[in-house]
Design a protein around this ligand. Structure first.
Ligand code: UDP
Length: 239
């Protein structure tokens, strides 16, 4: 198989907005199904997959705080939004025959498993996709940081950050036609140049643990599977 993956265990991070399609808000089921099929195609190769999904398509803590809401309460609302997204992705994956577990950093036992590290590792070994919900469980963090934390805890070989563009650019490629894509960039350069790969705490946590971040386009059909086999365009963020 020419798509033989170079990785055994990875974490896929997607923003909540990736699930809303062309809508301005919420979930777009055909888009959720499409992303699930991308995940399935990688799962079919035998790769162990963790997922962290944002909540920005439903609620962001900072937006709530800007409207006068207490920040930590707003952040908990954001974390609950990620649980809804996780359930939507779980439903789409299971519809396609992929076994999953939603694992929440905030206990809600009727809806999702609590996060117990060794149990999550066992799920991965049994080839269940682990969808980590509710971020880190703490306000003042983001799901990018949650992704880096879980990727480290689960001993993933890399974080795959699926975005709307095929890598990290020196400026916004949607606004500047002369924007230049990096094939590779260091963690420090991302931080110094504010390249917007992930927030600073997430990048620092990846850097301190030598966890590569691979930024690629989730809009490209077959892209995730191809990137795992080292094909296509992407940016590798490393030390
Ligand atoms: N959030 C949080 N702690 C975490 C992860 C997320 O408080 O560990 C909250 C925060 O308010 C954030 C919201 O959940 O704005 C949604 O997550 P995020 O903004 O990372 O979603 P994305 O931009 O990836 O869709």
């Amino acid at each position: 198989d020419s798509d033989k993956p170079a990785f055994k265990r990875v974490l896929l991070k997607i923003s909540g907005e990736a699930l809303m399609g062309d809508q301005g808000y919420g979930l777009h089921p055909p888009t959720v199904e499409r992303i699930a099929s991308e995940v399935k195609s990688v799962h079919d190769l035998g790769v162990e997959i963790c997922m962290v999904i944002g909540g920005g398509n439903i609620f962001r803590g900072l937006a709530g705080a800007a409207q006068g809401m207490e920040r930590t309460t707003a952040d908990y609302m954001g974390m609950l939004a990620t649980v809804m997204n996780a359930l939507a992705v779980q439903s789409a994956l299971e519809e396609q025959g992929v076994f999953t577990r939603v694992i929440s950093a905030i206990r809600m036992d009727e809806v999702a498993e609590p996060y117990i590290r060794r149990r999550a590792v066992r799920h991965l070994e049994k080839k269940r996709v682990c969808i980590f919900a509710a971020g880190t469980g703490n306000p003042y963090f983001t799901t990018d940081t949650a992704a880096t934390l879980r990727a480290n805890e689960m001993a993933c070989e890399a974080i795959f950050k699926g975005t709307k563009v095929d890598g990290v650019y020196d400026k916004d490629p949607n606004k500047f036609p002369d924007a230049k894509r990096y094939d590779e960039v260091t963690y420090d350069e991302c931080l110094q140049k504010h390249l917007g790969v992930m927030d600073a705490s997430a990048i620092a946590l990846a850097r301190d643990n030598d966890l590569p971040i691979i930024v690629f386009s989730l809009d490209e059909p077959g892209g995730f599977r191809g990137i795992l086999a080292g094909k296509g365009t992407y940016t590798r963020v490393h030390g």
